[in-house]
Design a protein around this ligand. Structure first.
Ligand code: CU
Length: 300
């Protein structure tokens, strides 16, 4: 009995030590072992990279706890199974202070470590910079999106709209942003609650009507097209309320804005920078809104 108890204590000490050690590690270069344990392939923003690391170490912690518990279960099943000739009940232990302390302290430590990193990463993800490089006002309405490119955040009284892109029933709106820059998104809704969701960015935030403006910032390091969805059931055509985020080089972004300012539509301005004029990622929900099947003139 004493031997078993010390082994259990030794195992748990090892688990706690490993957890503390691993949680403190810099996991930036781990890549995506085991397919990222279900995490999406892309982590195109520093924010999603941090969340990915949090996810991986949470999985590691869960495995440590899992293996420890499975180990104890199988150990009991094997070592204390009923043998031939066993006629008496085994010793009935009512209290075991070390084990009771252990199963109170150990989960607390696990929760404390996970809570600490959750709080740190959440604060980083929600952080707003004093001077974002790009500000876009996202206006949601039933059942479309409008993107207003602003000259400054709305905390600045001089903020004006430079260019606008609006979705229509035959046009999936494309939000063009520069790579490697701080993009501030300011959200507002004209009617009900919607939700701005870009799955690849691992980020989703509700869009409220009225005076509540949800604001967040993101930096997209990898150029590419990222599908966007409304993630708050907002009525009949909620499922068709899609958009696309197109991350292009800062030079192309500037050219795109100049073309928009010169009066070009979004598809024309996208063509001008050599980018796909229409959304390319809205499958499988493109249905009737597949703008590539309708005349070019509809996009604005
Ligand atoms: Cu919606």
């Amino acid at each position: 009995m004493a031997k078993g108890r010390s082994r259990a204590l030794g195992l748990s000490a090892l688990a706690v030590g490993a957890l503390a050690f691993l949680s403190g590690c810099d996991a930036y270069d781990v890549g995506k072992p085991f397919g990222g344990f279900g995490w999406p392939d892309k982590t195109p923003t520093p924010q999603s990279q941090q969340m990915y690391e949090m996810w991986i170490w949470s999985v590691v912690a869960a495995f440590f706890v899992g293996f420890f518990v499975w180990g104890l279960i199988f150990w009991c099943i094997i070592v204390y199974r009923k043998r031939k000739g066993d006629t008496e009940l085994p010793v009935q232990t009512r209290f075991n202070l070390p084990i009771e302390v252990l199963y109170s302290v150990l989960p607390f430590l696990v929760i404390a470590v996970l809570f600490y990193y959750t709080a740190v990463i959440q604060t980083n993800v929600n952080k707003l910079s004093p001077n974002p490089d790009v500000t876009v006002e996202v206006v949601a309405f039933k059942w479309e999106w409008q993107f207003n490119y602003k000259s400054a955040p709305d905390t600045d009284s001089s903020a004006a709209t430079i260019a606008t892109t609006t979705g229509a029933s035959d046009y999936v709106p494309v939000l063009v942003v520069p790579t490697g820059k701080t993009i501030r998104i300011e959200e507002t809704s004209k009617d009900v609650i919607h939700s701005f969701w870009v799955p690849d960015l691992l980020f989703k935030r509700d869009v409220f009507p009225g005076n509540v403006r949800n604001v967040f910032e993101v930096t997209i390091d990898e150029p590419g097209s990222y599908v966007g969805r409304c993630a708050e059931l907002c009525g009949t055509y909620h499922s068709m309320m899609n958009f696309e985020v197109r991350a292009v080089s800062p030079e192309d972004y500037q050219k795109f804005l100049d073309a928009k300012k010169a009066g070009k539509t979004t598809p024309e301005a996208l063509t001008a920078i050599g980018s796909d004029p229409y959304s390319t990622t809205t499958s499988p929900f493109n249905m009737k809104k597949d703008a590539q099947q309708v005349p070019v003139s509809t996009g604005n």
